[in-house]
Design a protein around this ligand. Structure first.
Ligand code: HEM
Length: 498
């Protein structure tokens, strides 16, 4: 009798499970309870989805074990994030994404609804007022850049292989730290910076590849189980707690010294000033936004910068062509400025191609569909989690012929101008309502750092790059020869003089 009841229970569960599966866009066959986990590896998941995407019309579901809909081409991602953007602006409100913050619905990245809208609007306003994408920010970036160049001049002899990865990473972290708190870490004392960077990288690993965290995502009660709970909940939250504690201390220092009669000179001061006028702003949200900006802004920019020399060393002709154009526009006696941008079509095309081939973020952060809707004609039920695979959008061989190849020329029209339509398909900063909040800052950093480095140094390969982990899209660590190109001027810190 008991056996019969168990059998009926089991059959009912299986029938209901597959009835539920039918509500979602079809994908590889899932099994009850474990979904698709039986045939997937977390590492390289984006490569697998890229491969199977076309067979499912670029809109498919994987059960991990919670159902997640993956969109893998430009049209579907555009339809979701832009055309139907309001329906896809939600976040999961589930582990492991929520481990980023101490409190739910705070800050920008993991919040959604009206709370997200308020904090995002104010953060964008503050970044704009601090000069994001304008002169004020250019001066700040140049200050960090001068220190990077000075450090290179002091420690790189142009012959021995040099580790450029760490300085580039620290440059990006320093720029964010300056924007947020108005101070930065010294190149000679990297320990504190490296500690916080490691917290950030650990969190990234947890949201992408921690299978235990996915189990807690599907069944939150699993966080009380011994191994699953420790690996999927306790360790990731402890990691973030260290970082949150650092941010709270830094914010507290500024609160103590903040003088409301002075013009704010960093993000924290500017938010404190806005708090006096707006009751929806508070210290908890301020700390959460600072965490968001540090996380979203430091490692993304640092990683992109690390990909650039790596790709250019393997494409020396393109490296030379970029340098020749830079020298022809900038000349020999000054640094590259943002004002030079319109006069550098090849360099601009190469920057887009670098971001396309680096293809840093296989998926953007998870979104949640907030209303029943359709994408590419397929139904997506309310509250489904969605992943928008910009990796596939930028590797689409129907749009980018031979997409693995680094070829800035693909963006150049016959008239010598940049092909805008193709350029719009390069979407490293995402699209729509959740599009990157720091895009202006990041683009400025990439342009100034790479341009000024190429004006002053040639990157030469000294070791095999076979071990670079393309699956994790992590360009490092690697070493290379950084050969100074002597320009004849001496009136600028950034330019090497003989
Ligand atoms: C090369 C560097 C960068 C890349 C490739 C990048 C890319 C992205 C992407 C793809 C998203 C996700 C969009 C989505 O979920 O749909 C995002 C979100 C975000 N980015 Fe960036 N980002 C970069 C630099 C920065 C910088 C410098 C900042 C700092 C101001 C920043 C702040 C943010 C924030 C706060 C979000 C969350 C926005 C929201 O959820 O509303 N990012 N970024």
């Amino acid at each position: 009798m008991i056996l019969l009841i168990c059998a009926i229970g089991l059959i009912t569960y299986v029938v209901l499970y597959y009835q539920n599966v039918r509500k979602y866009p079809p994908g590889p066959f899932p099994l009850p309870l474990i979904g698709n986990l039986y045939h997937l590896k977390a590492e390289g998941l984006h490569e697998y989805i890229h491969k199977i995407g076309p067979a499912y019309g670029h809109c498919l579901t994987l059960f991990l074990p919670r159902p997640i809909v993956f969109l893998t081409n430009y049209d579907n991602v555009y339809e979701a994030l832009v055309t139907k953007g309001d329906n896809f602006a939600g976040r999961s409100q589930l582990p492991p994404d929520i481990y980023l913050q101490r409190n739910l619905q705070t800050g920008v990245t993991i919040a959604d609804g009206d709370k997200w809208r308020t904090q995002r609007r104010i953060s964008v306003k503050i970044l704009r007022e601090l000069g994001m994408g304008k002169n004020g920010m250019e001066a700040k970036i140049n200050q960090m850049l001068d220190e990077l160049m000075h450090m290179l001049k002091e420690t790189n002899n142009g012959v021995t292989s040099f580790d450029i990865c760490k300085p580039l990473q620290q440059f990006a972290g320093n720029t964010i730290n300056e924007v947020l708190f108005g101070y930065h870490f010294k190149f000679s004392e990297p320990a504190k910076f490296e500690f916080f960077l490691e917290r950030a990288c650990e969190h990234l690993r947890n949201i992408k590849y921690n299978v235990f965290a996915f189990i807690v995502q599907a069944w939150p009660w699993a966080k009380s189980l011994p191994i699953i709970g420790r690996k999927g909940y306790t360790e990731p939250t402890e990691n973030m707690s260290l970082f949150n504690g650092y941010v709270e201390e830094e914010v507290d220092q500024i609160v103590k010294t903040y003088d409301r009669h002075h013009e704010p000179s960093n993000f924290v001061e500017a938010y404190l000033s806005e708090m006096e006028k707006n009751a929806e702003l508070d210290i908890i949200n301020l700390c959460a936004i600072v965490v968001d900006i540090w996380f979203a802004g430091a490692e993304t920019t640092g990683r992109t910068l690390r990909w650039c020399p790596l790709i250019l060393m393997q494409n020396p002709a393109a490296q030379e062509k970029m340098r020749a154009e830079l020298i022809s526009v900038v000349g020999k006696d000054r640094r590259l400025e943002m004002a030079d941008k319109p006069n550098l079509p090849y360099f601009n095309a190469a920057m887009a191609e670098l971001q396309r081939t680096a293809n840093l973020l296989p998926f953007i952060l998870i979104h949640r569909c907030t209303a029943d809707t359709t994408i590419g004609g397929k139904p997506i039920p309310k509250d489904t989690l969605t992943r928008h695979q910009i990796f596939s959008v930028m590797r689409d061989d129907e749009i980018f012929k031979n997409p693995i190849e680094f070829k800035p020329e693909r963006f150049m029209g016959e008239d010598g101008k940049v092909n805008k339509i193709l350029l719009d398909r390069v979407v490293p900063f995402g699209m729509g309502k959740r599009q990157c909040m720091g895009e202006g800052l990041a683009r400025m950093e990439l342009f100034l750092v790479l341009g000024n480095l190429l004006l002053n140094y040639r990157f030469e390969q000294t070791e095999s790059f076979d071990s670079i982990n393309n699956v994790l899209r992590d360009p490092g660590p690697y070493k290379c020869r950084i050969v100074p190109i002597y320009r004849s001027c001496n009136n600028n810190e950034i330019i090497n003089s003989q």
